[in-house]
Design a protein around this ligand. Structure first.
Ligand code: SAH
Ligand code: SF4
Length: 377
């Protein structure tokens, strides 16, 4: 089977070249061709000897994702559905803005963490994406948006920022996510600054410490609640890594981070976590951590059981934070007409955990309030 060079980081590509009896600078040339020109054909790699090109054509390939759907929203947000085999698909979203373009990348098919308000969590976990599948999303989007041509002409980057905020918990697929992010940062590949690559986590504390040492990038943490009782409900991983431990990990992370703050994400759910009292409690909870708070209007999906907070409630919540001198922004919802907004990415996952079936069974049991005598017997 041929090796997919798209999934090889610099170290792996260098060893691969060594195996072929080639010098390390060949790895650099290959990185340029693959990640700065979007090449798929070894024939175009004119600075590489003909013998090596022929050998690569026999033994290796540069295979991008299989795109099964490409949708553009009214506001220009674009979503690609990528087939990742065995009935699974994941989504990548490009969000154009006036002065920048952000690509939102998935790290897993599904997610095992079951946050109660998230469409990806609802469908269960299937598998980790490979390095080729993760970096392949950036590679593909650059190709599709004509961005490789603009990079080569020295124009402003069409994709200036990457956020690991698509489907999945990136820190639960640590090695592959770090290898892909190193390519994003590598000057011979995408050359993005660490400040322009953001990883969002639901709070896997030991992996946050590992990330700080292995590949510190900008960090966003999904907080969503001011206390453990509520966070246990919304983000169940909190039972394992409660808020106090999470905040301590944030402080440790900042020591090595490219930015001197952490972004706390807080999705506003009507009547659940959006009261003035909860805003005040949040101010107290986060006071030990240099942070910005990003309030996210809840993005609905079928049978979510939650509603978006009213705009007055969102404004009141934000005012409490601002009056306490916290930096708080409200995230603009983008691409919701094509279900491309935060938390709406569902792709398609063959749920090995049968979570949907269990949930339906629980719901059916809960609605059977007065079982008939026959069903009791
Ligand atoms: N697994 C990571 C990253 C992916 S989710 C994490 O949880 O941080 C990216 C962000 O979208 C997270 O803050 C997540 O909590 C939020 N989110 C999930 N479902 C949402 C929804 N339905 N509406 C708005 N935001 C949502
Ligand atoms: Fe997973 Fe993040 Fe969704 Fe929670 S919010 S289920 S961690 S993708």
């Amino acid at each position: 089977m041929s090796v997919n060079l798209l999934g090889l980081g610099r170290p792996e590509l260098t060893s691969y070249c060594a195996e072929l009896g080639e010098k390390p600078f060949r790895a650099k040339q290959l990185l340029h061709w693959i990640h700065q020109s979007g090449a798929t054909d070894f024939g175009v790699m004119t600075d590489i000897s003909k013998t090596l090109r022929e050998r690569l054509a026999l033994e290796a390939a540069i295979s991008g994702p299989t795109v099964v759907r490409d949708t553009v929203a009214g506001d220009g947000t674009r979503k690609w559905l990528l087939d990742v085999g065995t009935g699974n698909a994941v989504e990548t979203v490009f969000i154009p803005e006036t002065s920048r373009g952000t690509l939102c990348i998935s790290s897993q098919a599904g997610c095992a963490l079951e946050c109660s308000f998230c469409a990806t969590g609802r469908q269960g976990f299937n598998r980790n994406l490979t390095v080729a599948e993760i970096i392949g999303q950036l590679w593909w989007a650059n190709k599709c948006l004509g961005a490789y041509a603009s990079i080569n002409q020295g124009d402003a980057r069409i994709i200036s920022n990457v956020v690991m905020m698509g489907m999945g918990e990136p820190l639960a697929n640590f090695d592959n996510v770090v290898a892909a992010m190193r390519l994003m940062l590598d000057d011979d590949a995408y050359g993005l600054s660490r400040r322009r690559v953001t990883l969002s986590t639901s709070g896997l504390v030991p992996a946050m410490d590992r990330l700080r040492d292995a590949c510190p990038v900008a960090l966003a943490v999904s907080l969503h609640a001011p206390n453990d009782a509520l966070r246990n409900e919304l983000v169940p991983i909190n039972k394992k890594y409660p808020i106090r431990e999470l905040l301590a990990a944030c402080v440790r992370y900042i020591e090595k981070a490219p930015r001197d703050f952490v972004t706390f994400e807080y999705v506003l759910l009507d009547g659940v976590n959006d009261s003035v009292a909860q805003a005040r409690e949040l101010v107290e909870t986060v006071k030990s951590v240099p942070c910005k708070i990003n309030l996210i209007p809840f993005n609905p999906f079928p049978d979510s059981g939650y509603a978006r907070s009213k705009s007055e409630a969102m404004a009141r919540f934000r005012d409490v934070l601002l009056r306490a001198d916290l930096v708080a922004t409200t995230r603009k919802t983008r691409g919701d007409d094509i279900a491309a907004a935060c938390g709406q990415l569902a792709g398609q996952v063959a749920d090995k955990t049968q979570r949907a079936a269990r949930r339906d069974a629980r719901a059916a049991a809960a609605t059977t309030v007065n079982p008939t005598p026959e069903s009791v017997l």
